[in-house]
Design a protein. Structure first.
Length: 147
């Protein structure tokens, strides 16, 4: 299956289900801010949820799409306690974990999973995954398939 197709299927079908709690929490944060700032926070969060798996995705890209400065985009999210970089990393790693535990993806190489989740460098993906989940992606996959 084409990685791009796999990616879009994942984002539309599975991702919204597994991250609904997080989306509700961030939507609540935006609503509580109210007014223009709240609307901008919601727009930034929507851009992040939509584009995080793009390897070229960045704060600059979000800022340009919304007509805001990079610094302002960073400031909008800093008030919630999570930087834009933290949010992107969290979404990418959650998607990778889900892909690695899905039987439909067992034939994908770890490098394909990393790329489809937005990681440019395989070694960075391995380090980040191990730091977050306590084992390498390959070991995590084997453990999840065995029980």
């Amino acid at each position: 299956m084409d990685i791009g197709m796999q990616n879009s299927n994942f984002e539309t079908s599975h991702f919204t289900e597994t991250n609904s709690d997080r989306e509700v929490a961030t939507s609540t944060d935006a609503a509580e801010s109210g007014g223009l700032r709240g609307a901008r926070i919601a727009s930034v969060l929507a851009q992040i949820n939509e584009g995080f798996s793009d390897q070229q995705f960045s704060t600059r890209m979000v800022a340009e799409r919304l007509g805001l400065s990079v610094r302002y985009v960073q400031d909008l999210l800093q008030g919630s306690g999570h930087s834009i970089t933290d949010r992107i990393m969290q979404l990418r790693l959650d998607k990778a974990r889900t892909m690695l535990t899905d039987d439909r993806n067992c034939s994908l190489k770890i490098s394909d999973v990393a790329a489809s989740c937005g990681f440019n460098e395989l070694s960075y993906f391995h380090r980040s995954f191990r730091r977050r989940f306590g084992s390498s992606p390959a070991k995590f996959r084997v453990q999840s398939m065995n029980g």
